[in-house]
Ligand binder design. Structure first.
Ligand SMILES: [Fe+2]
Length: 304
């Protein structure tokens, strides 16, 4: 790994068959704000985050993962990562350069070992964010993304050795939780029959705001996939819902922080209700929404 490393998750892009419905859900139920509609895609931001946008929606015949975008500090870091990926013997989707997306910046795109499009960028202009008020139950920003993989060990190798993530914990040999800063996980990888998006999680201001948001989604009739509850790995709360597209989206808060990075030893949690649902409140987990369908976006970068 070169450069100073990935600092955080910037945004996730998805393609959906029914763009107006998906936008309505993320705006009215989830609490994101529309920022830019450039005619090709819609960009939605979290009010409490300085990132230009956290979610990019684009029309597509079938739901698909378009890209996952990570941030680094400098243009040199971007170039370092581009060199590391190029050294694997695969071409890049786009060469490092000025980006045309909202906020501009300098970045490049490439495919991971299972054909997911990733973007690494630096110096993207911030939007003006604000501190959310008590009881304001809209996301403060993205928390983490979980990817389904057919080869968990290869996935962990790729994201640790090439991108510099560190292993925080395991859930048996089924999930691996990875960090790029003090938060317990910004990325997690989950063993699955096919590559797909498992879920995207949104950080809330605190427990009260997380529960209010959960209630708002329930009252809106959103399909609850699992929760509310509290996980063992990461100690974070969770309420998982299926968005209209079928992709799973999560309200979370109080994710564990690993302040003493040097002494941290990854733990192995067991797939038992008392370790995956500490409060015992989450009910039966619907498996299918998390498994998803084979992603048509694999090896097919989005057109823009
Ligand atoms: Fe999660």
């Amino acid at each position: 790994m070169t450069g100073s490393g990935i600092t955080h998750l910037r945004h996730v892009g998805i393609g959906v068959p029914d763009l107006p419905t998906e936008r309505g859900f993320y705006r009215d139920v989830w609490g994101l704000v529309s920022t830019v509609d450039d005619g090709d895609a819609l960009f939605l931001a979290a009010e409490g985050s300085p990132e230009q946008y956290a979610l990019r929606l684009r029309p597509a015949p079938e739901r698909r993962l378009d890209l996952v975008a990570f941030a680094v500090e400098t243009q040199d870091d971007v170039d370092g990562y581009a060199e590391a990926v190029t050294a694997l013997g695969r071409g890049l989707v786009t060469e490092p350069g000025t980006m045309q997306t909202p906020g501009g910046g300098y970045g490049f795109r490439f495919l991971d070992f299972e054909g997911r499009t990733l973007e690494i960028s630096a110096e993207v202009e911030h939007r003006s964010a604000r501190q959310l008020h008590p009881k304001e139950s809209i996301p403060t920003g993205l928390s983490h993304v979980v990817l389904n993989t057919t080869d968990l060990d290869a996935a962990v190798r790729f994201y640790t050795e090439i991108l510099g993530f560190k292993v925080s914990d395991w859930l048996e040999h089924h999930m691996c939780f990875l960090r790029c800063n003090a938060w317990h996980h910004t990325l997690a990888l989950s063993d699955n029959p096919h590559a797909s998006l498992n879920h995207v999680a949104w950080e809330m201001r605190g427990i009260d705001e997380y529960m209010r948001a959960t209630g708002r989604a329930l009252r809106a009739g959103t399909d609850l996939a699992w929760g509310p509850g509290r996980h063992g790995p990461g100690d974070n709360t969770f309420s998982y819902f299926s968005a209209p597209s079928g992709f799973v989206t999560e309200f979370t808060t109080e994710l564990e922080r690993i302040e003493d990075d040097a002494t941290w030893t990854p733990r192995v949690f067991r797939r038992l209700p008392e370790e995956s649902d500490l409060w015992g409140t989450a009910g039966v987990r619907k498996a299918e929404p998390f498994v998803g369908v084979p992603d048509p976006g694999a090896w097919t970068p989005p057109p823009f």
